[in-house]
Ligand binder design. Structure first.
Ligand SMILES: [Zn+2]
Length: 189
């Protein structure tokens, strides 16, 4: 919500107060407007004034946010929400079936969703859809499954080959050991 104009104005105020250059304002303004995009203009202005009155050193982005978020007069920031495709968790279930040394193996994991909550977890990195496109381009990929808005959770048949299912059934007869668990997937190539 904080407008680029107000972010720019506040950065100039910090530059004047703490002896920063115009170049610093130019370099910083994009990053700060992204980091402050859920802060209201008037809360940002109030926070900037308060900082300049009280502190001897210029803020960095996160410390300025702390000051603004800590002020009871500030408009509460809406928490980021998930979507049906990730069952509100921010993480999509994904599964890649691929050939390894002539055998079909399955990778199961979760990847940041492309909804607001998922984008926060991705922190600028790739989201599930980008990951899946890469997999599909890979010649070793056999098939790919992912959670959808109607079916956010993958089925056993999507996560395991028929052979693995048969093996797991066989194992369960003897020992109660969980089948291969979930691996967080981040920046996976
Ligand atoms: Zn989502």
């Amino acid at each position: 919500m904080a407008s680029l104009m107000v972010v720019n104005r506040c950065l100039k105020a910090f530059a004047n107060n703490y002896g920063k250059t115009d170049g610093w304002v130019e370099q910083t303004v994009k990053l700060w407007s992204r980091g402050l995009n859920d802060i209201h203009d008037r809360d940002l202005i109030r926070g900037t004034e308060e900082w300049c009155k009280k502190r001897r050193t210029p803020p960095n982005l996160s410390r300025l946010r702390e000051l603004i978020d800590g002020n009871p007069q500030s408009t509460p920031v809406q928490s980021k929400s998930g979507c049906p495709g990730c069952d509100q968790t921010g993480w999509r279930e994904v599964s890649r079936w691929y050939l390894k040394k002539g055998q079909t193996v399955v990778f199961n994991g979760v990847s940041p969703c492309d909804c607001p909550l998922g984008l926060r977890y991705a922190a600028g990195g790739p989201t599930w859809n980008i990951m899946i496109d890469k997999w599909r381009e890979d010649g070793f990929t056999d098939q790919v499954f992912h959670g959808t808005a109607t079916e956010p959770h993958l089925t056993t048949e999507q996560r395991m080959t028929p052979e693995q299912i048969a093996e797991a059934k066989e194992r369960q007869k003897n020992v109660h050991r969980p089948v291969k668990g979930w691996t967080p997937l981040r920046g996976h190539k």
